[in-house]
Design a protein around this ligand. Sequence first.
Ligand code: CP
Ligand code: NVA
Length: 305
Amino acid sequence: MADIRHFTDLHHLSKGDLRQIIDRSLDLKRTDPRGTRSKPLAGQTLALIFEKPSTRTRVSFEVGMRQLGGEVVMLTGAEIQLGRGETIADTARVLSRYVDAIMLRTSDEDRLREMAENATVPVINGLTDETHPCQLMADVMTFEELRGPIAGRVAAWSGDGNNVARSWIRAAAMFDFELRLACPDELAPPADLIHWAHREGARVSVGTDPDTTVRGADLVVTDTWVSMGDKDAASRHNLLRPYQVDERLMAQAKPDALFMHCLPAHRGEEVTDGVIDGLQSVVWDEAENRLHAQKGILLWCLGAL
Ligand code: CP
Ligand code: NVA
């Protein structure tokens, strides 16, 4: 099964494949943004399984697959037998007989792994508690669309060392940019992930001071203080309040720095209205680019890039 093109994490692909996906996504956006000119995935079907809520991932995969000429089957964990205890492995075996690719949004990374190990079609990671690689494809695409190559540039993260932050760490290694993170010690990304990044030669650093982290950055990024599934909302709010991206913090970055947030945002918590609605914010382009990036990912997975 080694040749199945799973999109389970950024570092499972080669740098060359990731580059091809970004370039194709940018090209599709420029030349055929609504997929009216070509239907490379005609006759193919994507199953989308959501065990957690979603707006952007759900709509962008569905619309993107249709724009490429394919069909989708939208499933929530609760309404299929998965929710009554059928195993991920058996679900993977069965769905592989019906569809050409499976996207899964779930909690535990092990469930994603089990899906990929047992499916005979490509499996796409639509977010887990640990990772969100599709988001990073749209984020890198957005930076490059607006500012040119991300390689050698500096991105700064202020907030929770969550699934999106962890995918930023993978991205720093795979796309060769510097990443500085400011996170409370209690919510820092895992040390083994940082060690991995350093072994890959990536410039990734983690500290606790947002000001020094953001100073001179080309891009400032944050995310919610309380991710789906987090139970400890009150203590997270306390720990993360100093990490809010407000106008004062944003002013520490380069004057032309961009602001990104994967959304959904909690205005007045991790980001102020002034920043998310401000001139440096590109969150709506970023959200739009989920659509174009999903199309690039689907084309790669299905051998049609
Ligand atoms: N950014 C993102 O993945 O959004 P959804 O949870 O709405 O899919
Ligand atoms: N960190 C957030 C991302 C949502 C897209 C969460 O997991 O809820």
